[in-house]
Design a protein around this ligand. Structure first.
Ligand SMILES: Cc1cc2nc3c(=O)[nH]c(=O)nc-3n(C[C@H](O)[C@H](O)[C@H](O)COP(=O)(O)OP(=O)(O)OC[C@H]3O[C@@H](n4cnc5c(N)ncnc54)[C@H](O)[C@@H]3O)c2cc1C
Length: 479
C-alpha cells in the first residue's frame, strides 16, 4: 500500500519511520531542502514531563507517553536526550495553588516522581534562581533534545527501511476521485497515493483544503528567543518555567544539550498569512530579558550570541487534530501539533499507525521481518577518547582536520553529513553543529563551503545557505 507523508518535520518523519515498520511503500515529501526545517527547527527543545495538559485530551495522553518513549527511541536512533529535570517556580501562595493543580494533573496523566519543593530545597539545587522564589514543582523526567536531530535520524532510518525522500518539492494539489485520495501533486511531479498523511505543520490547514477534507484553521504564534554562550552553562542545570498562564507556559530558562542557555519564548499571535515571519523584534527580546531575569537575576547578557524566532501552529481548538477524514478516504490529518508536539511525536507516530490507520481505517498491519529499527548518528570526533585520536587520524587525516573551531567539527564529519544528504550550509549546520558556535559561522563558512563544493563537484558560487535562492557567493571579485 502506497503511503505519502507530507512534511518532514519531527512528526512526519517519525510517522514515515513507523509506516516502514509495517511494509508500507512510503514517500516523504518536503518543500524545504532538508529535513526538520519547519516548526521543528526553532523551539525550546524540551521533552516535557507531561503535567501541563488537561487530562483526557490527546495532548495529555501523547505527551506523557512520548516522554517515556524517548528513552528507547534515542538508543535506537542514536540521538541525545538529556534528562535535566524541570522546575515550575512560584513566587507567591497564589501561584502555589497553580503548582498544586499541575501536580494533580501530572499524577492523573501518569507523570512519575512529581514533587513540590520549598525555597531551601530549590536554592540548594539551583543556587542562581531568584531568592524571591517560594516553591517549585519539580519534574525529574523532563529533558532536552535537539529536535531536528530526531527528525534527521527518523528519516535516515525510514529511508534505510525503504522509504523515499523527496526534498525541495512543494505539494500544490491533492487528487481525489470517487471519495478516495489518488495522487499528491507537487511543483515537480505526481505521486500516486492510497493513504496521505498530512503532517505539514503550519500549512496543515492548506493541505487539508487541497484534499477537500475537514480541518482546523491554523495561525502562527510567534516565540522569540535569546541564546547565551555555553560559558553560562553552570548557571542553570534544569529547565526553569515560571508559573504558566492560560496562553502559554511563559518565558523559560533552558539549558541546552551542548551547554548554551536558551531564554524565551514570547507568545505573539500573528494572522494566518504570516506563516513565514521568523523575524525577531526589540520589543520581544526585551520582554524575554525582563522575564528571564525575574527567574535568574544575574544572567549575563554580555554572553548573548544569537537570537531567533519560531512559530507555533496554533488553532482555536486546543487539542491536536489527529483524525482520518470522514469525507475523503485515505486522507489523515495530523495537524495543530503545537507544544508539546516534540515530546508527543514518538507517541503520535504510533497513534497514527496503530489507532487511526489500523483501528479506524481498518487497514490490517503486519510487521515486516526485515525492519531494522536502528540507525547510527555521525560520530563527533571530539567526543571520542583522546587516546583514540591518533589511531583514527592515521587511518583518515580528514578526521583530524578541524573545520569549525567553536564546536570542534572535523572535515570527516562534514563529508559524512554530505554523504547523508546535506546539500546546503544549514544542512551541514544542523547535522554536525559546524557554524552553530559562538562565532556564528564567521570563521568557518568559507571552509565548509570549500568542502561542500569539492564533494558535490560544483562551484562555490552554487552553494546555498538554505532553500530557495539563498546563494552565499555572487561571483568572483578577482580572476
Ligand atoms: C516557540 C515554540 C516552542 C516550542 N517548544 C516546544 C517544546 O519545548 N517542547 C515540545 O514538545 N514542543 C514544543 N513546541 C512544539 C513543537 O515544536 C511542534 O509541535 C513540532 O515541531 C511540530 O512538528 P511538525 O512536524 O508537526 O511540524 P513541522 O516541523 O513544521 O513540519 C512540517 C513540515 O511540512 C513541510 N511542508 C509544509 N507545507 C508543505 C507543502 N505544501 N509541501 C511539502 N512540504 C510542506 C514544512 O516545510 C515542514 O518541514 C514548540 C513550538 C514553538 C514554535
Amino acid at each position: 500500500m502506497k503511503a505519502v507523508v507530507i512534511g518532514a518535520g519531527i512528526v512526519g518523519s517519525l510517522i514515515a519511520r513507523e509506516l516502514t515498520r509495517y511494509g508500507f511503500d512510503v514517500s516523504i515529501i518536503e518543500k524545504e531542502a532538508d529535513v526538520g526545517w519547519g516548526v521543528t527547527k526553532a523551539n525550546s527543545g524540551i521533552v516535557h514531563a507531561g503535567y501541563d495538559d488537561e487530562p483526557g485530551t490527546l495532548r495529555a495522553a501523547l505527551c506523557a507517553k512520548g516522554n517515556a518513549m524517548y528513552e528507547e527511541l534515542s538508543k535506537e536512533l542514536d540521538f541525545k536526550v538529556k534528562r535535566t529535570g524541570s522546575f515550575v517556580v512560584a513566587f507567591s501562595d497564589e501561584e502555589l495553588k497553580i503548582l498544586k493543580e499541575l501536580l494533580k494533573r501530572g499524577e492523573i496523566n501518569g507523570v512519575p516522581n512529581l514533587k513540590i519543593l520549598d525555597r531551601n530545597e530549590i536554592l540548594s539545587m539551583e543556587p542562581h534562581l531568584s531568592p524571591e522564589v517560594k516553591y517549585a514543582l519539580y519534574a525529574p523526567t523532563a529533558g532536552v533534545i535537539f529536535p531536528w536531530d530526531v527528525a534527521i535520524a527518523a528519516v535516515e532510518n525510514a529511508t534505510a527501511n525503504g522509504a523515499k525522500l523527496f526534498l525541495n518539492e512543494r505539494v500544490v494539489d491533492i487528487e481525489v476521485k470517487d471519495g478516495r485520495v489518488r495522487k499528491v501533486i507537487t511543483d515537480k511531479e505526481e505521486h500516486r497515493a492510497d493513504i496521505v498523511i498530512n503532517a505539514a505543520g503550519l500549512y496543515g490547514d492548506e493541505i487539508a483544503k487541497m484534499a477537500g477534507s475537514e480541518h482546523v484553521p491554523i495561525h502562527p504564534r510567534k516565540g522569540e528567543y535569546i541564546v547565551l554562550d555555553s560559558r553560562v552553562s553552570k548557571m542553570v542545570k534544569r529547565v526553569i518555567f515560571p508559573t504558566p498562564t492560560e496562553k502559554s507556559k511563559g518565558i523559560l530558562v533552558v539549558p541546552t544539550l551542548t551547554g548554551e542557555v536558551l531564554l524565551g519564548p514570547t507568545a505573539q499571535d500573528l494572522p494566518p498569512e504570516m506563516k513565514d515571519d521568523l523575524s525577531t523584534t526589540a520589543e520581544g527580546l526585551n520582554l524575554v530579558k525582563e522575564k528571564a531575569t525575574k527567574l535568574v537575576p544575574d544572567l549575563p547578557f554580555s554572553e548573548v550570541f544569537k537570537t531567533f524566532a519560531g512559530l507555533r501552529p496554533e488553532s482555536p481548538q486546543k487539542d491536536f487534530f489527529i483524525k482520518k477524514s470522514e469525507k475523503v478516504w485515505g486522507f489523515v490529518n495530523v495537524i495543530a501539533i503545537r507544544s508539546p508536539g516534540l515530546t508527543a511525536a514518538p507517541a503520535i507516530a504510533k497513534y497514527v499507525v496503530e489507532k487511526v490507520i489500523e483501528e479506524d481505517m481498518r487497514i490490517p498491519l503486519e510487521k515486516r521481518e526485515s525492519f531494522n529499527p536502528t540507525r547510527k548518528g555521525i560520530p563527533h570526533f571530539a567526543d571520542l577518547p583522546p587516546e583514540k585520536w591518533n589511531e583514527i587520524i592515521k587511518k583518515d587525516p580528514k578526521a583530524g582536520k578541524i573545520i569549525c573551531f567553536c564546536n570542534n567539527v572535523t572535515e570527516r564529519e562534514i563529508i559524512e553529513a554530505i554523504r547523508r544528504g546535506a546539500r546546503t550550509l544549514d544542512g551541514i549546520k544542523f547535522r554536525t553543529r559546524a557554524m552553530a558556535g559562538r562565532c556564528q559561522a564567521n570563521f568557518c563558512t568559507t571552509r565548509v563551503m570549500k568542502v561542500l563544493a569539492r564533494e558535490l563537484g560544483v562551484d562555490m558560487s552554487e552553494i546555498m545557505l538554505k532553500s530557495g535562492s539563498s546563494w552565499v557567493v555572487d561571483g568572483k571579485v578577482r580572476k
